[in-house]
Design a protein around this ligand. Structure first.
Ligand SMILES: N[C@@H](CCC(=O)N[C@@H](CS)C(=O)NCC(=O)O)C(=O)O
Length: 233
């Protein structure tokens, strides 16, 4: 199993190597404007240091890149060399003491954990609902994606039991609404759809018993910001 691979506890390095391509090529492509999230006009923010995103090839960093592209936020990408153990060097440990990516530096803020980064970006760029209850539901789904759905699908010993447990209710929810938290595409969809997409791709999971989930994945992966980032292979 690859020492430095994404989901190294989940799947073998060869499976990952087949699926993940280095993300460097896509970094040359500036994030594209979103087709339906409220405009943030961040390309034109004057005199502000650009957000820095730390990543590495074959990691889950494209989840964050997808959302940055949805929000049209320009950023500098710093690709760490895991083979040289750059993620464990003092320079990066000063940003994330856990030595893991993704991590961002935005002004004085150093932030890591993909879910926390997604929620921060949603909050900063006014993408969260006004009501505390609705915001809590978005948080619920982002945490669900990282803490329940990801492990449930990727940990081999949990998958058989967890797949129906998780996908049947997701299917039911998605039969009645187009997106995971509401009728609108939100950061919750970035989190949940990313793991569904990775599971389909990396593990060749068959979701055909869950047609609303399949239709949902088709819907969100048709978005141009997805195609420009996570979907780029
Ligand atoms: N729960 C964390 C997981 C972070 C993580 O495990 N990152 C992996 C790449 S996907 C990593 O940086 N591994 C390097 C290492 O452990 O040395 C998140 O969602 O950000």
């Amino acid at each position: 199993m690859g020492k430095n691979s994404l989901f190294k506890t989940f799947v073998s390095a060869s499976e990952i190597a087949l699926i993940f391509q280095p993300i460097a090529p896509l970094l040359a492509v500036p994030p594209q404007p979103s087709n339906s999230l409220p405009a943030t006009n961040n390309q034109n923010a004057p005199n502000k240091a650009k957000l820095k995103l730390y990543g590495a090839p074959r990691t889950r960093v494209p989840i964050v890149q997808w959302y940055l592209a949805e929000l049209n936020i320009p950023y500098d990408y710093i690709s760490l060399n895991f083979n040289a153990n750059e993620q464990k060097q003092p320079e990066f440990l000063a940003i994330n003491p856990m030595g893991k990516v993704p991590a961002i530096v935005d002004g004085n803020l150093k932030l890591w954990e993909s879910g926390a980064i997604l929620l921060y970006l949603a909050d900063k760029y006014n993408q969260l609902p006004n009501s505390v209850e609705e915001r809590a539901k978005i948080t619920q789904w982002v945490i669900f994606a990282n803490a329940t759905l990801g492990p449930g699908l990727f940990l081999a010993d949990r998958r058989e039991k967890e797949m129906p447990t998780l996908l049947a209710p997701l299917n039911q929810i998605l039969q009645t609404q187009p997106f995971i938290a509401s009728n609108k595409f939100t950061v919750a969809d970035i989190a949940v759809a990313s793991y569904l997409h990775y599971a389909k791709l990396l593990l060749s999971l068959d979701f055909s018993k869950y047609p609303a989930v399949v239709a949902y994945l088709d819907r969100v992966t048709a978005r141009q910001p997805f195609k420009d980032t996570l979907g780029k292979r």
